[in-house]
Ligand binder design. Structure first.
Ligand code: SF4
Length: 334
């Protein structure tokens, strides 16, 4: 990743993460600023400038640090929240909703993790009974740059004291270095977005390959981490099921299928804005050649019969591969 500028909020100048980022990108110009909100997205920056013109903001997250997750975000019947520790991502998945969400692909890293943890604790105490979930990576990848942001130990310490709370770290990276330094916890689950070799190569640009993700999962499995899978977003293709079956077979040969705590299934979908942005950014992508319709939640999706067929067959396939039905949930589907 090429970084041209690093913006640091003035009250964070002595923070240890600042020197780590500056040392990692020694050619980047350093700018001291008051608050990131006065600079980030102030001038619209085309999404694809992330190829060669990235800025990093090191900032404090203000406002809501923990938010309720949308319906059907995780296993049903339990409260789900997400926390925001970063905006934007070094990867470039063609369907990524971030390309229509922010006015800039610049990366923002929030350094006030203790405040985020405090907010998680408050939310936890509002639910005195039952399990609850917190998700990292709603606006970024949870592990891709974790060797620079180094926040994982803070969350591990916090979740050790919150036994009813589960933390999901979601990723498409193979950067397990920081996790391997820590002891796994029963209530921290590392979930990998997974697809076929062909689909990942075509649509998950710059991410770890499916083989590298399998290796990463295997490293975490041998260390004792709990794991989960997201087969999401599934993009229709002529060999969809055989391609997925092949990749899943490779995975389950290394890690027993039933070791995974849950598997989500979701078919590709876009908001109208993201769909338009995707068409502008990747006009040649065969992902856009399908017939899309406006669906129940105003999102742009495949027709209902096609979605049902994909979900039914995919679910059937993973059931036959040894996943129990209680572990499967549909992500963002009616
Ligand atoms: S890994 Fe996630 S956040 Fe990053 S580009 Fe891909 S879809 Fe977007």
């Amino acid at each position: 990743m090429k970084v041209n500028k690093i913006f640091v909020e003035e009250n964070l100048q002595g923070h240890e993460s600042v020197s780590r980022f500056c040392e990692s990108f020694p050619k980047a110009e350093l700018h001291i600023i008051d608050q990131y909100e006065n600079y980030f997205q102030k001038v619209k920056k085309p999404y694809l400038q992330k190829h060669n013109n990235n800025s990093i903001f090191l900032a404090e997250k203000r406002g809501n640090l923990v938010k309720a997750a949308p319906d059907a975000y995780g296993l049903s019947g339990e409260p789900h929240y997400y926390y925001i520790h970063a905006y934007n991502c070094m990867y470039e998945c063609q369907y990524c909703y971030l390309q229509g969400y922010f006015q800039s692909p610049d990366l923002v890293f929030f350094l006030n993790h203790e405040d985020i943890v405090e907010s998680i604790r408050r939310t936890y105490s509002e639910h005195p009974e039952g399990r609850m979930w917190f998700h990292a990576g709603e606006f970024s990848d949870s592990l891709a740059l974790s060797h620079l942001s180094k926040e994982l130990p803070i969350y591990f310490r916090a979740f050790q004291e919150l036994p009813r709370a589960y933390l999901e770290l979601r990723t498409k990276s193979a950067n397990t270095k920081e996790l391997e330094k820590l002891d796994p916890l029963e209530n921290i689950i590392v979930s990998f977005s997974f697809s076929s070799h062909t689909a990942a190569k075509k649509y998950d640009l710059k991410t770890a390959s499916i083989s590298a993700r399998i290796q990463a999962m295997y490293r975490l499995y041998t260390k004792g981490y709990r794991l989960a899978l997201h087969l999401d977003p599934i993009i229709d293709s002529p060999n969809l099921f055989s391609d997925y079956q092949q990749a899943l077979k490779e995975l389950f040969e290394k890690i027993p299928a039933n070791y995974f705590s849950y598997i989500s299934l979701g078919v590709v979908r876009f908001t109208k804005d993201v769909f338009e942005q995707t068409a502008r950014n990747y006009p040649e992508s065969d992902m856009l050649a399908a017939n899309f319709v406006k669906s129940f939640d105003n999102k742009v999706r495949y027709s209902k019969p096609l979605r049902d067929k994909i979900l039914y067959n995919m679910r059937d396939m993973i059931l036959r591969m040894g996943i129990t039905k209680e572990k499967i949930y549909l992500c963002m589907e009616d």
